[in-house]
Write a protein that binds this ligand. Structure first.
Ligand code: WTA
Length: 662
């Protein structure tokens, strides 16, 4: 028999599929009073100052809360803190010392899980901080992290934060070449990686990719975690004097490392993300502001209490992993779960099985995962008791109504709010979403801006839009404290990409949106530039084009995204071949392999279409708009500005175009 689970939401008596927190939720939630929005709006800077004091332990208080020199801004200027101290030490000094911090679930179902208490984490982080120091890492040095989802990745990040080193985590499914580009840009001195990991039952040789990634870079030392060991049959190449085993270094490490006293505006980490060009941008997050926003959004969005078990399925290589699989929950002293593997391995109910096994209360994932699991059918979910769930979250791309309702009804049993959080690598933490104790929860609608932040949706000429009118989502000053401060080594690109469309005082997000209702709830419609979200992963079409161009047969290519049932969108490549090369299945396979090698399998084009020519303007710019329309069977629109309008007919034939209504 199962206990009757609590209903955390109630349906609006007048509007179908509009939900509000139930009395039980309001009672439990950290915030349940609508008034906080107004209170915060009165003086956002004072509001954040209050939150900063309450949530974070500072070694020294700041002198100026917010300094704005458009387009640049700073928070808590002169304040001193250490984020690792906030994430670990302060809990170890109190009753949370023996509380579980991290529960790690390996992919192989028979391998035992691991639990690290706050004290375990404290001990490991201190030791590893000393290891980094012993290898010459100092405050401000950049450290690359290229690791699977194992507890050591979190230990590595915290150890960097402890000594003021700057981590740059690279998603482990990115290729060696992608790692290399990022390490070169960051001028990293050291890399932390692992021998390998499991993915869908396969052994992935991560160290081999890491070896490609460090060639020709400034990396002098490599620390390798033995995740798999000999049983997995991996042949790990260790270079004498350069490569060290993590466990061997840890054996000799001193147990305590004094946390570095950092400035609020010291660089905390760099995370590379895709912009509209082929070159990823190093997004800079600074210590103080990031700490404050990571702390409060984790606490309020997911309503984290000491008895919760939070599970965010994002990989650590993305911003969601940084903020909600490391800093946010840890600074709150929460218990959270990380899982190494694929969501449908060994069977499509793996996630539901994990939720049941550990009694997860708050579950945060991406629409693409929801759609994939929905396809497998309800029976996989129904096999498991998910009654411990209290809150469900989504992130990364717009969620369609069908997926929202399935998540709500089947996974959440119609009992749990869905917190649809809009944010970006640039924003560091969530910014637009309903709060569990306040609501409302409406399919496809993210909600209102986090208290103390200001957004607007503008027309092309910069006028505010009215309800229901589509426009461009922008953020207004004071910018949220967790916002990035600049692009690493490229402040000009920062200005150009984010503060030129509407001037230096308005942050341009690159997303389309509209105001949904009188309350000011916002619906996000998706990117308006050449950034794609492929299965929730952020990629630029130009990056895929650059990768394809590496193949000797290719003259040029154009990559556009098309909608996809599960992945949200996928890249499709139009490729022009050099004379002497003929389209073939082999060549197609080779091009896919090239993309795997240069970026990684996530960027692999869904379809490759060989063409003789691409539609271009007279100045030679490829008209991607036309390619998009052709693939979506939409009207191609005006083609009179094309240099080569005849290509359109040829392309129609190649893609099997059928204009809607025909
Ligand atoms: C999209 C991920 C709709 C958006 C945290 C944004 C969303 C981009 C949502 C950033 C959401 C993120 N609803 N769209 N709830 N959340 N996005 O940098 O297009 O990987 O600009 O950060 O994801 O992707 P990034």
């Amino acid at each position: 028999m199962r206990e009757t689970p609590i209903k955390w939401v109630v349906e609006d008596p007048k509007r179908k599929n509009v939900f509000w927190p139930s009395e039980e939720m309001k009672k439990r939630a950290w915030v349940s009073d609508e008034k906080i929005y107004e209170e915060a709006a009165k003086d956002p800077v004072a509001w954040w100052a209050k939150l900063a004091k309450e949530g974070i332990t500072w070694f020294k208080e700041w002198t100026e809360t917010y300094v704005w020199d458009p387009p640049f801004y700073k928070w808590f200027v002169g304040g001193k803190l250490n984020i690792c101290y906030n994430a670990v030490d302060r809990h170890v000094k109190g009753w949370r010392r023996n509380k579980a911090a991290i529960i790690w679930e390996p992919e192989p179902p028979n391998e035992p899980h691991r639990v690290l208490t706050y004290y375990d984490l404290y001990r490991e982080v201190n030791k590893f901080a000393n290891v980094l120091k012993s290898l010459g890492i100092r405050k401000g040095d950049r450290v690359g992290i290229y690791m699977p989802m194992i507890p050591e990745v979190i230990i590595a990040m915290l150890a960097c934060a402890r000594i003021g080193a700057v981590h740059s985590v690279v998603f482990s499914a990115f290729s060696g070449q992608s790692l290399k580009d990022r390490m070169l840009d960051a001028e990293a001195k050291l890399l932390i990686t692992a021998d390998g990991y499991y993915r869908r039952g396969n052994v992935i040789n991560l160290k081999a990719n890491a070896d490609i990634g460090i060639e020709g870079t400034t990396i002098e030392k490599v620390i390798v975690v033995k995740r798999l060991g000999k049983e997995a049959g991996l042949n790990v190449n260790m270079v004498e004097g350069r490569d060290y085993w993590w466990h061997e270094l840890m054996e000799k490490a001193e147990p305590y490392c004094e946390p570095e006293v950092l400035d609020s505006e010291d660089l905390h980490f760099i995370l590379y993300t895709s912009g509209t060009t082929g070159k990823p941008k190093g997004i800079e997050h600074h210590v103080g502001g990031y700490a404050v926003q990571a702390y409060w959004t984790a606490k309020w969005d997911f309503d984290l209490h000491d008895d919760d078990l939070f599970w965010c399925t994002a990989d650590i290589g993305w911003i969601t992993g940084h903020t909600y699989n490391c800093y946010g929950p840890l600074m709150n002293g929460a218990t959270f779960l990380i899982y190494e593997g694929a969501p449908d391995y060994p069977a499509p109910d793996r996630l539901w099985q994990i939720i049941e096994k550990y009694g997860v209360t708050v579950f945060y994932t991406a629409p693409t995962a929801i759609r994939m699991l929905m396809k497998y059918g309800d029976e996989w979910v129904k096999k498991h008791d998910l009654s411990t769930l209290r809150i469900l979250g989504t992130v990364g791309e717009p969620i369609n109504e069908e997926a929202w309702l399935w998540y709500f009804n089947v996974v959440g049993g119609g009992r749990c709010p869905i917190i649809d959080t809009w944010w970006q690598t640039e924003t560091g933490a969530t910014l637009i979403n309903s709060l569990p104790g306040i609501g409302p929860f409406i399919p496809t609608v993210a909600g209102r801006p986090f208290p103390g932040t200001r957004f607007s949706i503008l027309t092309e000429d910069g006028k505010p839009t009215s309800i229901g009118e589509g426009g461009y989502l922008v953020q207004l000053s004071p910018f949220a404290p967790g916002m990035f401060r600049t692009i690493y080594k490229d402040p000009e690109r920062f200005r150009q990409q984010y503060f030129s469309v509407y001037g230096e005082k308005i942050y341009y997000t690159g997303d389309g949106a509209y105001i949904y209702d009188e309350m000011g709830n916002i619906r996000i419609t998706g990117r308006v530039d050449d950034v794609m979200k492929v299965a929730g992963h952020r990629l630029a079409t130009a990056e895929v084009e650059n990768a394809i161009a590496q193949h000797p047969a290719v003259v040029e290519s154009a990559v556009v995204s098309v909608p996809h049932d599960i992945k949200g969108e996928v890249p499709v490549a139009f490729v022009v071949l050099k004379p002497g090369y003929k389209p073939s299945a082999e060549l197609e396979a080779e091009l896919r392999k090239t993309v795997d090698r240069i970026i990684g399998p996530i960027a692999r084009p869904e379809r490759i279409i060989f063409v003789d020519d691409l539609p271009k303007t007279r100045s030679g710019k490829i008209m991607r708009r036309i390619l998009k329309a052709l693939l979506r069977n939409q009207p191609v629109g005006d083609i009179t500005t094309l240099m080569n309008p005849e290509t359109v007919e040829m392309l129609k034939e190649k893609v099997g175009y059928r204009e809607r209504g025909q």
